[in-house]
Design a binder for this molecule. Structure first.
Ligand code: NAP
Length: 309
């Protein structure tokens, strides 16, 4: 594994970058790529979400095909592997062999080899390139990019990674082997576990009539304290669940990808499986578009905490 900081030597030429998918993450990434001086062509299924990017100089396109035509780099940041495949199929008439494809959707271990095969079929240079970091680091261009892909093409893709991230961590030179996605799933299993535990702990405090401030005071500054718990706790207790940094429905998708990856490799993951059910329950209660911290509500039958005891 190698680590590349932002000040590594890379090609200074400006690129044409097609960004397919301008949701929470894709919009922020497209904006930072445009601000770095590259030409951005942005496409989103719901066009209204891409339109604000025009103010940053991005060209908003009607179709994936139009976005990718003549692009040096295609960046996909869609919901899941299925969506990435669907959108890339639509882009086919505009794709040319030799184009670099940075696939940043969290797609899972089943999808990445399929996406890599599609790339090979169409002569694209494929990078398995999921990112670590959420809305705020994405907006600040401070993501960590986990990347696997061939040496040829790195000079072209690196300026894009540097525009969206503070760090690029290279995990290998074969995107199809999904080494970057493996690391991403391991990291997200931790994110999912901490989020679920934070929600359950605060739900229990509520049910037992324990002031959350007493819990936070008890662990303050010790090894059980952590910034992530504080951030998710504040989102739950102080009404910071919308707009989401990482939506409940997306977290459920990731939890299921993590469970499937474990199953495929003989590893049973009870916490991730239970977390997927909590996210699903919270979504059914109407919290699907809220931040994943809203899985807190899954602890209560009515979807809302009962009046304090
Ligand atoms: P998001 O805001 O929900 O965006 C999802 C995007 O996928 C939207 O552009 C959506 O289009 C598009 N999409 C979904 N299904 C589609 C389909 N069948 N065809 C075409 N487009 C489709 O999610 P996000 O938070 O930006 O996440 C995007 C990816 O990054 C996910 O894989 C997620 O796991 C990963 N990720 C997220 C975070 C985070 O903190 N948010 C961090 C790291 C990685 P519409 O606008 O039309 O719905």
């Amino acid at each position: 594994m190698t680590d590349t900081g932002t000040d590594s030597a890379t090609a200074t030429d400006k690129l044409t970058v097609a960004v397919l998918g301008t949701g929470i993450m894709g919009a922020a990434m497209a904006r930072n790529i445009a601000r770095a001086g590259h030409t951005v062509r942005a496409w989103n299924r719901t066009r209204a979400k891409a339109e604000p990017l025009a103010a940053d100089g991005a060209h908003v396109t009607e179709s994936p095909e139009e976005a990718v035509r003549g692009a040096d780099v295609v960046l996909t940041m869609l919901y899941d592997g299925g969506a990435a495949m669907e959108v890339m199929r639509e882009a086919v008439p505009g794709l040319r062999p030799g184009t670099v494809w940075a696939q940043s959707t969290t797609a899972g271990l089943e999808s990445v080899p399929l996406l890599a095969s599609f790339a090979a079929e169409h002569g694209l240079v494929f990078y398995d390139a999921p990112v670590l970091g959420t809305r705020q680091p994405a907006e600040a261009g401070q993501l960590t990019v986990l990347a696997a892909g061939p040496a040829r093409g790195r000079e072209t893709v690196l300026p894009v990674f540097e525009a969206v991230g503070a760090r690029t961590v290279w995990t290998g030179d074969d995107g199809a082997a999904a080494t970057a996605t493996r690391l991403k799933l391991v990291a997200n299993s931790w994110v999912v576990a901490v989020t679920a535990a934070a929600g359950e702990t605060l739900a229990l405090a509520h049910g037992l009539g324990v002031d959350p401030a007493d819990f936070f005071g008890l662990i303050a500054g010790g090894p059980l304290d952590m910034g992530y718990l504080r951030a998710k706790g504040a989102a739950i207790l102080e009404g910071g669940l919308s707009p989401a940094s990482f939506a409940v429905v997306t977290a459920e998708k990731d939890a299921r990808l993590i469970v499937a990856a474990g199953e495929a490799h003989g590893v049973r993951l009870d916490v991730a499986a239970a977390s997927a059910e909590r996210f699903a329950r919270a979504a059914a209660q109407g919290h699907g578009d809220e931040d994943m911290a809203a899985a807190y509500y899954a602890s209560f039958d009515e979807g809302e905490p009962p009046a304090a005891v």
